[in-house]
Design a protein around this ligand. Structure first.
Ligand SMILES: Cc1cc2nc3c(=O)[nH]c(=O)nc-3n(C[C@H](O)[C@H](O)[C@H](O)COP(=O)(O)OP(=O)(O)OC[C@H]3O[C@@H](n4cnc5c(N)ncnc54)[C@H](O)[C@@H]3O)c2cc1C
Length: 435
């Protein structure tokens, strides 16, 4: 099978492509696979035509920073790595980036800045690619003000499993021309088509950034502060860290948090200084330990601390959960999820995007977790739905959440399966993901 493929393109054997960043306890097992590295949509088309004619499973990998097992080759097949698809062009007057999907978040942001523009979303991993961020509809720290990846995708070039190359959307800020296949492709996790190029909306540069770092004695006060502050202005971000998460961030980054007194710690980020000053006043009403206004240097240190918590946790945890609930429901959801964890004797470490209701809860590995954890997890995800939430805010369903996805969303699941059949009748694209 792979011999014939070598007639079409160079084939690589490489173990390092077998995993993404999903914590090992729940990471899917990779099967035998070969890696191909096309440079453009034409080459992708040839590979897919070959695979489709032979019913060979095809997996797609961008930066491999996913947290749901989406890019893991779970069947004997071909893994397309987009790492060679690095072309990028900035259309300054229209404030668009036209780029191939292997361009990373860091490269896109830097290139936009060099042209006096900005790409505001910051979905966590700088080595994530444009293709991966679109396929997972990535969110990140600044989603509260600047939205998620879906809000920046204006056009896509996609290769369908039969090798056909289609263009969706385009260089327009508005588009109401029939069903939005463009938005269907966003968040499709590599199951409907291989995205090869994207037209991405850019914004003028961010003028300044202000920050508040606020330790609170009680979690409840921190949560109520976040709701009140968001009624006054729309911060770029309101990040929540429980004390243990702060300590892990300090340990990995070597940076110091402002003050570790109290159980709940908030990092609030604003586009304008006046907003930070006003919100600092609001914070005083919620019994904070203190309200700190970090200098630009300190701001970078605190962001580095926040950005390193997952690195410090990933070998201690079963998985990273990613529920999203209506912001005003977070307090009730968190309280009940902690009660549930207590009932099962599970320790959770929580931090995340409080402002937009998307918290990352991390259950620590415990003895024989395989016996009781699946039941706890199902109840916790159900709890999020009972509070008007969803089981994944930004990481996607991938392999790790598909059981609960099918159980809790039966109608959507069946509709999506029918849509999958239209795009991929032979089911070769990223099998075992979502479905
Ligand atoms: C430390 C850390 C922090 C993170 N923080 C955040 C965060 O704040 N917010 C957030 O949303 N995510 C976060 N993530 C998760 C991850 O960075 C995102 O899911 C990101 O979008 C994945 O991009 P990637 O290129 O690495 O994709 P991969 O992991 O390579 O793939 C992800 C999925 O996209 C599919 N895919 C990739 N490229 C294509 C393509 N060209 N066409 C079709 N399908 C494709 C894959 O098949 C897979 O299903 C974080 C991850 C880490 C490790």
């Amino acid at each position: 099978m792979f011999k014939e493929l070598e007639m079409i393109c160079k084939v690589y054997e490489n173990e390092s492509y077998a995993y993404d960043e999903t914590p090992k306890p729940v990471a899917p097992k990779p099967a035998e696979f070969v890696v191909v590295k096309p440079s453009n949509s034409q080459e992708v088309s040839e590979i897919l035509k070959f695979a489709n004619s032979k019913r060979i499973p095809v997996f797609i990998r961008g930066g491999g920073t996913g947290l749901s097992g989406g890019a893991v080759p779970t069947r004997r097949g071909i893994l397309i790595s987009t790492e060679k698809m690095k072309e990028i062009e900035i259309d300054k007057k229209n404030r668009f980036a036209i780029c191939q999907v292997g361009v990373t978040l860091e490269e896109l942001s830097r290139t936009a800045e060099r042209h006096g523009l900005s790409f505001p979303p910051r979905p966590g991993a700088e080595s994530a690619t444009v293709g991966g961020m679109i396929a997972t509809n990535a969110g990140g720290v600044r989603a509260l003000k600047f939205g998620v990846m879906r809000n920046y995708v204006l056009g896509l070039e996609v290769v369908l499993p039969n090798g056909e190359i289609i263009n969706l959307g385009g260089k327009t800020l508005k588009n109401s021309s029939g069903y939005s296949l463009l938005h269907l492709m966003v968040g499709s996790e590599g199951t409907l088509g291989v995205i090869t190029k994207a037209i991405i909306r850019l914004l003028p540069p961010l003028k300044e950034m202000s920050m508040l770092a606020i330790p609170f004695k009680k979690t409840e006060d921190a949560l109520n502060f976040a709701i009140e502050a968001s009624l006054y202005t729309t911060p770029m971000a309101i990040e929540f860290m429980e004390k243990k998460a702060v300590e892990i961030g300090e340990k990995v980054s070597g940076k110091r948090w402002v003050k570790k007194e109290g159980e709940a710690h908030i990092l609030a980020i604003f586009e304008h200084e006046e907003e930070a000053e006003e919100v600092a006043e609001i914070a005083l009403k919620f019994d904070p330990v203190d309200v700190f206004v970090p200098s630009p240097k300190e701001q970078r240190d605190l962001l580095e601390l926040r950005g390193n918590i997952y690195v410090g946790l990933k070998n201690m945890i079963i998985e990273i959960l990613d529920v999203c609930v209506p912001p005003a429901e977070i307090g009730k959801y968190l309280k009940r999820s902690e009660e549930l964890a207590l009932k099962y004797g599970i320790q959770l470490i929580t931090y995340g995007h409080l402002g937009d209701g998307n918290l990352h809860q991390h259950p620590l590995i415990y003895e024989d977790w395989q016996k009781s954890y699946p039941k706890f997890r199902r109840e916790l995800l159900k709890l999020a739905i009972d509070h008007g939430g969803v089981i994944s805010g930004e990481h996607g369903i991938g392999v790790v959440k598909k059981e609960e996805f099918r159980e809790f969303y039966p109608k959507q699941y069946n509709l999506m399966k029918e849509i999958k059949k239209v795009f991929d009748p032979n089911g070769i694209l990223n099998p075992d993901k979502i479905f």
